[in-house]
Design a protein around this ligand. Structure first.
Ligand code: DC
Length: 227
């Protein structure tokens, strides 16, 4: 007996550049579910910390900001958006300054506690695809479908490089991106508070040699085949 997909929760975790955001959004659209990008929430908080000149090393101030910030995240897959204090920061949170500081901010335990609580509220009831680093392990350990999306480092660096360079990335851009991704992955995997981790019951998809369409189809198949 297959239930309606309306209440289906899909957790997608994985390292930077594995294609999580694109795949999660497209799978949500294909399945008629909402979509939550938790990385965008950590990025929005980091943007606010930089904007308010809060020291990135001040754990207490960052945790307070995480609890008190006016953070709005949309869950419509067709139109992902983030607002902080009413300001639309959807584009600004992808800036280099935010990208280099976000791992440090998201490693603060008090920040994670506040953000996980916000994420569970946003998930609420009803179907949703949630992507991040700790969704299947910490935020939604009971999610019926868990996916760990990964790809070889070279492929991830090329994709991020192309994103940054707007289509064509030369060798220097790819090299610089590879180094930045290695740093961020090491920080995200090595931190004490809910690091990037594969849930034991997650289905692993390696997207190195797959197209986006192929990965989305795989996620949709897993969702439809769930017990
Ligand atoms: O997915 P992303 O690259 O936009 O995420 C930005 C940063 O946020 C990433 O370096 C790790 C952190 N993050 C996290 O710690 N936990 C999550 N659930 C999502 C993102």
């Amino acid at each position: 007996v297959s239930r309606s997909p309306d209440d289906l929760v899909i957790a997608i975790d994985g390292p930077s550049g594995s294609g999580k955001s694109t795949v999660a959004r497209r799978a949500a659209e294909a399945l008629g579910l909402r979509y939550l990008d938790t990385g965008a929430m950590y990025r929005a908080l980091t943007w606010l910390a930089l904007d308010q000149a809060v020291e990135i090393t001040d754990a207490d101030a960052l945790a307070r900001l995480a609890r008190e910030a006016d953070l709005e995240v949309t869950t419509a897959p067709a139109q992902p958006g983030v607002r902080v204090d009413g300001r639309d920061v959807t584009t600004a949170i992808r800036d280099e300054a935010v990208t280099s500081a976000v791992s440090a901010v998201s490693a603060v335990p008090g920040v994670r506690q506040a953000m996980v609580a916000r994420q569970r509220l946003l998930v609420g009831v009803g179907g949703i695809v949630v992507e991040g680093r700790d969704i299947g392990t910490t935020v939604l350990p009971d999610a019926p479908v868990k996916i760990f999306l990964t790809a070889a480092e070279g492929a991830r660096a090329r994709r991020r490089g192309e994103e940054i360079a707007g289509g064509r990335a030369d060798a220097a851009v790819v090299d610089a991106t590879a180094a930045a991704i290695r740093r961020r992955d090491a920080a995200d995997s090595g931190r004490a508070a809910s690091p990037l981790m594969q849930a034991p019951d997650a289905e692993v998809i390696d997207s190195t040699d797959l197209t986006v369409d192929e990965v989305v189809a795989r996620v949709v198949d897993l969702a439809r085949a769930r017990p």
